[in-house]
Design a protein around this ligand. Sequence first.
Ligand code: HEM
Length: 429
Amino acid sequence: MTHPSSATPSSAAGGCPVGGTGAVALSGPGFHTEPQALYRRMRRDHGPVVPVELPGGVPAWLVIGYRELHQVTSDGELFPRDVSLWNQWENIPADWPLLPMVGTPMPSIYFTAGAEHRRHVDMVVPALEAADPFEIRQHCEQLADRLIDAVCTRGTADLVAEYAEPLPVLVLARLIGFPDEEGADIARVLKDLADGGPGAQKAYQRFGEHMHRLVAAKRERPGDDVTSRMLAHPEPFTDEEYALDLMAVTAAGHLTTADWIGSSTRLMLTEDQFADALPGGRHSVAEAMNEVLWEEGPTQILAGRWAARDARLGGRNIARGDMLLLGLGAANADPHIRQQVSSSVVRSGRGGNSAHLAFSHGEYRCPFPAQEIAETIARTGVEVLMDRLPDLELSVPATELVRRPSAFLRGTIALPVRFTPVRTTGDAL
Ligand code: HEM
């Protein structure tokens, strides 16, 4: 089978990202509009493990088969999330656009592998797990109300910029121990980071400074928060490691949860089957959220895993050091799993619902307590919104809603809505 580095780039075939036999360019509007159609064609033309081409002609494998993805993520020894193994480093310029996402080796939970990764997991995950779900919900209700208060007398809003994006980062900032004023600045920092461009590097620096200050403050005066619990873990870490882990937790959680809120709200505003949640139907909120994880999970493609030695996967020869991109969104739609988990069961959220790979799988998956925190923030966020603004509707046709311009993330960049203006107390004017 063709090694990705020797596959013909599909760009040579012009426009269409999915070529007949060559590597698939992992960019283009098809990924934003109809990614599942592209995945179907990839499956037809290439099978479950697809040779792909990243910016600058960098080769990788995209794993789109459910079974193959399960196999890769279950075997952390053969396929660790260890970017230092990559056999392409000599071809990667310092300004390679995907570098911030792929990462460089650094001592944090997200960029370590093997025993070192487990050392970080043992410190970070119990600190997340000890967060009280009732308190998380309370924080979330309070912060959601505050965000709605800022727009509710206006009768219009962009639910992404003014609600779905700030809510998770404000809640996470509280959970890790920041006062609310700093939470608001961290929301701005993360926005600048996500926007990329010249401000991004400065934003990253400010992000680190916030975390270093927090570690110093909590060392001095511990509280009931994630940072204090991390510091209380018996095994010592350096301040740099604590700060990097706090950055990893915040960065991993904020946009993903924001997109979960945005996509669930979008579904409820555009699909009849979820419309009975307006106003207030709890059942449909859970259904819409579950549907999003199966059909358009916030992390569509994840970089990644790197082969620790030569291996076979899905009929392909994977060379030592090859990068494997996890096609989480594609794997969820793999006919193999969809035949087993009937669509109605998937949609109803009963049984089989935890089989999706939206949070990945195996030793590097999104930690279970983090998944629960995401679920609490997203569910509370959508419920408070529907309770406070019960006649919410889109103010543009659904066809005009635009997705994030990325093959890796799935979310809507703006959700313009209108509603009957209400007082900040929630009463109609
Ligand atoms: C809908 C929301 C979320 C989604 C879809 C999501 C998805 C993911 C995915 C796909 C990974 C990578 C797994 C891998 O490499 O196999 C991950 C890792 C991680 N996530 Fe989440 N996540 C979400 C929310 C959160 C939240 C709210 C937090 C924090 C409270 C969080 C913390 C983390 C951390 C710390 C890791 C690294 C785990 C490790 O390396 O051991 N995530 N997440």
